[in-house]
Each structure stands twice: as C-alpha cells, then as structure tokens.
Design a protein around this ligand. Structure first.
Ligand SMILES: [Zn+2]
Length: 495
C-alpha cells in the first residue's frame, strides 16, 4: 500500500532543508524579519541546493555529451573501416579472379600440349582438366556471390551507408576466399604435367630461370642479414638452397622441373630464415598484436629523417617505399640510415605512375627496373617489395614484377588519409589509431609535416593498445614472395 510518505524523496538524495519545507509550510502572509538568523540559514541552504543541482546537471550533461561524442567517433570509425574493407576486398576479389582465369588458361595450354605429345600419364592430364573445369565453376560461383550484393561497377563509394558497405565487403570477401585455394590447386595439378611437357621447352626454361635470377639478389641479401643467427640450421639451409638455385641456373641442361623445384626450396628456406630472425627478435605476430607502418612517396630528407628518428626513439621499425625519381644527394644518407636501422626500403616506381598505366605505356624498364636499381644503389640492399601508386595493380603488372623483378606487392588495409586535403596531425593520428587492428599494414607518407608531427603520438597510442610496430616481412613471417600481394597479415593474395 502506498502511504503519503512513500513518494517522498529520501534524506539521502534530498537536502534536509527541502524536506523540512515540505512538512512545515510557512504562511506567506506572516511578516518575516528579513535578517532573522533562521531565515538566513534557510536562504543559504536553498542556494546550496540550487548550486548542487546546477553542478549535478552539468555533470550529467558532460557525461551525456561524452557518451554522444564517443558514440559518434565509434560510428565514424566503423564507417571508415567498412569503406576501407570494401576497397580492399573488392580489389582482392578482382585480382584473384584475374589470376585464376590466367592460371586456368595456362593450364589448358599445357594440357593441349600434353595430349598432343602423348608423353604424359593420361591420369595426370585428366586431373589437370578436371581442376580447370572446377576452377571455372568456382569463378562462376564467386561471380554470382558478388553480383548478389553489388549492382554497380564502382561498388565502394564514400557516403554509402556502412550497412550497405558491409554487405559488399562480405560478398567480396566470400568470393575472394572461394577462389583463393584454386591458385594452389591449379599449380599443384599443373606441376607434374608441365615438368614433363615443358622439360626442355626453351622458352619455359628461360622464363623459369629469369624468375629465379630476378629473386636471387633479394634472397642473398636475407642470407647476409641472417648470417649470425643463433638458429644456425636456418642460416645453413638458406645458403644451401641459394647454392642449389645458382647451380641449377649455371647447369647446361637444367630442366624446367628442376628449376621449379629449386625455386620452391629457395623460398621455403627464405621463409624459415625470416621466422628464425623473428624468433631471435622476440617477434611472433601470430600470437601478439603487430602492425606494419609504411611510408610512401619519399624520401624527403628533412621529413624522412624525423620519421626515422621517431621510430628509433620508440624502438619501432617501419617499411619505406621510395620514389626512384625523388632520390637526390641529400636523401641518399637517409635511405642508407633506414636500412642501417633494420627498416627495408621498397620501390614506389620511378615517377609515381599507376601500374596498369605503366604496362600500357610499355615503360616497365624505367619505372620498375631502373627505380629498383637506383633505390638499391642508395640503400646498399636489393629491393624485394613494391608499393603500387594509388593502390592500383592488375594481372599484367603482377606478372612483370613476379617474372622480371622478383618482387612482391605491398598494399595496405589501413589508409591514414595523410595525403587528403585538410589533413592534420590530429586527423592522421585519429584515423590510424581508430582503424588499426592486429596484422594491419598502414599507409602513410614521409613527405608531410603533419605525418611527422603525428607519428610520436601514433606510436604512443598504438603501444598503449599493446601493438608492436614491425616491418612487413616481420609481420607476415614470410620472405616477400614475387607476385604475391600483401594487404595485411590475414589477406595475402598468392601468385
Ligand atoms: Zn604514393
């Protein structure tokens, strides 16, 4: 039962004066001595109550405001992540689809040659044909998955709702992951047939030899860096694999199958050496949170030097992608320092041109080979990774980089937008810390003042979240493989 007193405020949350006034109403007509001590005390009590209420209201408003602000920031971070994921997985699907189509075409050609020659076991050819047919079926399935969510050609645009972007991310990711195993399945089915059919095919042997020759300087560079490894077996196995590869190249009558075999063993040994070096440095990005910060478009001596110094001050490392044409006398010592402090320098082409445009113009030699040579000359280390300007890559450019330059393609899953108009140190810091997740590769540029200013704060914020800042090969635990595309530790497109 409710009593008259049940709805009264309790003493704990209402000041005593307030309760008293409710129980002992004062007659308004009664003359009141203005300076009475009792009234003075009541008046003070009322002002205290009012002040407390104002303070309480302000605190509530502050909390509500903070909650709304945090909510907005979280929603914005979610939106940014959705947009970045949409671009990443849309491109992953496209590159994977192009590559499965190209591998299938190559496999069909080998199958036709095998059927004509009659030197190959018919079972192996039938298995290859079956794999090609299944791969085609998977491409159709992946296409249906994508078309069910995406009805316009440019599917990932700013100002789309995060929910719509998420639907597209899921469709692209499912389609890309459907195709991913088929790269290896096609290679596996093709290998035994190709080894017989192409055993002494001059063109195929020359191409395989050129591929190994292009990758060897980088792998030799790794062998030099890992000479003093405590895991002596990993270092020894790598040197043996390199010697085997060189002997195969020097051999007069080396077959196609032997070249493919030594190539595979060389990369497996290089991966083992990277993992052994990681273990020695106490890095295991499979168990602890790591991110790879990357800096493009440099070197710009003053800014690049500050970026490297900030990284060194915090005991962190990053990967740099230099524009060949930007290397001048002032920048050479900076690039040499990067490598001296264990920070690899990859290529960002000679003139910052999109990869598909380079392939169309036929300027591969200047843009890829000459840039890599200039960077390598400045740093004293071979180049084994390339960052495509504007993130644009296609099957033709991947093929050139894999077959002629022996480099992998480093993309990213987090864009700091430090290149955008109106970017500031604060906006860069916010975008990086909001989007970074374990295994991320983060895009920044060592040519902007605001990026250099933001970096110490970014490093502090990421350290506070438990991240370790590492190079790309430390992040993946893998030697950069020619033709592979690295978006993040969890999204690597095989070649
Ligand atoms: Zn760039």
């Amino acid at each position: 039962m409710m009593t008259d007193h049940d709805d009264l405020p309790t003493r704990s949350c209402v000041p005593a004066g307030h309760v008293q006034s409710k129980f002992q109403p004062r007659s308004q007509s009664q003359p009141q001595p203005a300076q009475s001590p009792i009234l003075r005390s009541q008046s003070h009590s009322t002002s205290r109550t009012l002040a407390r209420r104002v303070v309480a209201a302000l605190i509530i408003m502050m909390f509500a405001g903070s909650a709304v602000l945090l909510g907005c920031l979280a929603a914005y971070a979610w939106y940014r992540r959705a947009l970045a994921d949409c671009v990443e997985w849309g491109n992953t699907y496209r590159l994977m689809d192009e590559h499965v189509a190209a591998l299938s075409e190559q496999a069909t050609g080998i199958s036709v040659q095998a059927s004509r020659s009659g030197v190959v076991d018919r079972g192996a050819v039938r298995r290859l044909d079956g794999t090609v047919a299944q791969a085609a079926q998977q491409r159709r399935r992946a296409g249906i998955l994508v078309r069910s969510a995406v009805d316009v050609p440019s599917a990932c645009r700013a100002k789309q709702s995060p929910l719509m972007l998420r639907t597209r991310v899921n469709a692209y990711r499912d389609a890309a992951l459907t195709l991913k195993p088929w790269v290896e399945k096609l290679h596996r089915a093709q290998r035994p047939v190709a080894a017989r059919v192409l055993a002494h095919d001059r063109q195929a042997v020359d191409e395989a030899a050129a591929r190994i020759r292009a990758a060897l300087p980088g792998v030799r560079g790794l062998a030099r860096e890992t000479t003093g490894l405590r895991d002596t077996h990993a270092g020894y196995a790598l040197r043996v694999a390199i010697d085997d590869a060189q002997s195969a190249l020097d051999g007069v009558n080396t077959s196609y199958g032997t070249l493919i075999d030594v190539e595979q063993r060389m990369f497996a040994a290089a991966d083992a050496a990277v993992r052994a070096r990681n273990a020695e440095r106490g890095i295991d990005c499979g168990r602890t949170a790591c991110v790879a910060l990357t800096f493009d478009d440099g070197p710009r001596a003053d800014i690049s030097r500050r970026v490297v110094q900030s990284l060194r001050d915090k005991g962190d490392r990053a990967t740099f992608f230099a524009v060949g044409g930007a290397i001048d006398d002032a920048a050479i010592p900076v690039l040499r320092d990067d490598t001296r402090y264990g920070m690899p320098v990859g290529s960002h082409t000679m003139s910052h041109t999109d990869l598909p445009a380079i392939m169309q113009a036929g300027t591969e030699r200047q843009e890829f080979d000459d840039a890599a040579a200039r960077i390598s000359e400045a740093t004293g280390r071979p180049v084994n990774l390339l960052r495509p300007p504007h993130g644009a890559a296609d099957e033709a450019s991947r093929r050139y980089l894999a077959d002629h330059l022996g480099v992998g393609i480093a993309l990213y899953d987090v864009d700091s937008y430090d290149w955008a108009a109106g970017a500031s140190a604060r906006s860069v810091q916010w975008k990086v810390t909001a989007q970074a997740r374990p295994g991320s590769i983060i895009l920044m540029h060592d040519i902007h003042e605001h990026t250099a200013a933001a970096l110490p704060h970014i490093l502090d914020a990421l350290h506070a979240k438990g991240y370790r800042m590492v190079t790309i090969d430390e992040l993946t635990g893998q030697y950069p493989r020619p033709g592979y595309v690295y978006y993040s530790r969890d999204n690597i497109i095989p070649w």
